[in-house]
Design a protein around this ligand. Structure first.
Ligand code: GZL
Length: 321
């Protein structure tokens, strides 16, 4: 093939140029993601953190990570530090629904896109975030309610329920309560006689269940816990009170973490509604799309099931968290 002089000169020039620049100059700069995590309050959260860290590594995304110990002011501080560091994308799981507009406006002014994962925020301005990826907590509450209605369809009642709520003001606590009540309100035999936050932790779940048992004792027929960790804490309290969990008191919880499957296989928990923490891969795909200038849907929904104790043994080997 005859190469003309012009082509030869271009080839020569680019060869010279590339020999002068360090190899890294041509390597794509790694996207930098700043992630402000809620804390480490539950098995679910631990699995969520693991999913995000491993997916970032897998995707070649540089991850800056912070743990807010369930305090909003710490998450806001972390987001501000990511803005100052000029990261490419900011993502976080808002510990509570409200109080985010100011810091999200700062991120918008700095032209740093924000992704909400797991929990959403209360804002009138949905331009403050690119997308919200996570579960439908209202539907999780409905699934819990539907399971109970089915379970108790032959029972005339009254059926007294105590409720361990998640973190006050958090989207999962608000919505899981809403969905559950939407279903049980159809039948007056169901009555929530006590409802208090256990802040999604085992320790607090046990403490509050002890108080419920002291106040209501054998009147309690059902415990509805907004997550497995509080249910597992409550199981300890029920046993220490000399009662049989999942028999004397029916126990319904949410997350479907390994601890819940172990409790179901031990016959101490009746059912767990799945809420997947494995959001890491979806988040990294969103970061890549944002960097590539691709549009994202405002809402990315996680699909999930429900696991009664009868299927726990068979399902357990398939569990990824
Ligand atoms: C739900 C998540 C909740 C879990 C809890 O998506 O935000 O927070 O249900 C966790 O276990 O603490």
């Amino acid at each position: 093939m005859k190469l003309n002089r012009r082509t030869l000169n271009i080839a020569l020039a680019s060869a010279t140029l590339s020999s002068l620049l360090p190899a890294t100059a041509f390597a794509q700069k790694k996207p930098v993601l700043g992630f402000a995590q809620v804390g480490a309050e539950s098995e679910w959260r631990t699995a969520n953190t693991e999913s995000i860290k491993s997916a970032a590594k897998e995707a070649g995304i540089e991850l800056k990570f912070s743990d807010a110990q369930q305090k909003q002011e710490n998450q806001i501080k972390a987001i501000r530090s990511y803005i100052a560091q000029k990261v490419d994308v900011i993502a976080f799981s808002p510990v509570v629904e409200s109080g985010w507009d100011t810091v999200l406006l700062e991120a918008k002014a700095a032209k740093i896109p924000v992704v909400l994962t797991d929990r959403s925020v209360n804002t009138k301005d949905d331009s403050l975030y690119v997308t919200f990826m996570g579960s439908d907590f209202v539907e999780e509450g409905r699934k819990a309610g539907r399971w109970l209605v089915e379970k108790e369809k032959g029972n005339a009642g009254p059926i007294n329920i105590v409720e361990l709520q998640g973190t006050v003001g958090s989207a999962p606590a608000i919505d899981r309560k809403k969905g559950f009540e939407e279903i049980i309100k159809a039948d007056p035999k169901f009555k929530i006689i006590r409802s208090q936050t256990g802040d999604f932790t085992r320790a607090k779940g046990k403490e509050v269940m002890e108080a419920f048992l002291k106040a209501e004792g054998k009147k309690i027929n059902v415990l509805y816990a907004h997550n497995d960790d509080m249910a597992i804490g409550a199981i300890q309290a029920i046993e220490e009170a000399g009662m049989k969990p999942a028999q004397d008191i029916i126990i319904i919880s949410i997350d479907a973490v390994k601890g819940a499957f172990e409790a179901m296989m031990a016959g101490k928990l009746n059912v767990s509604v799945e809420c997947s923490p494995l959001l890491g891969p979806q988040l990294m795909a969103a970061v890549a799309d944002i960097k590539a200038g691709k549009p994202l849907p405002k809402r990315i929904l996680t699909k999930e099931g429900i696991f009664p104790m009868e299927v726990a043994k068979a399902e357990f080997p398939n569990r990824k968290y």
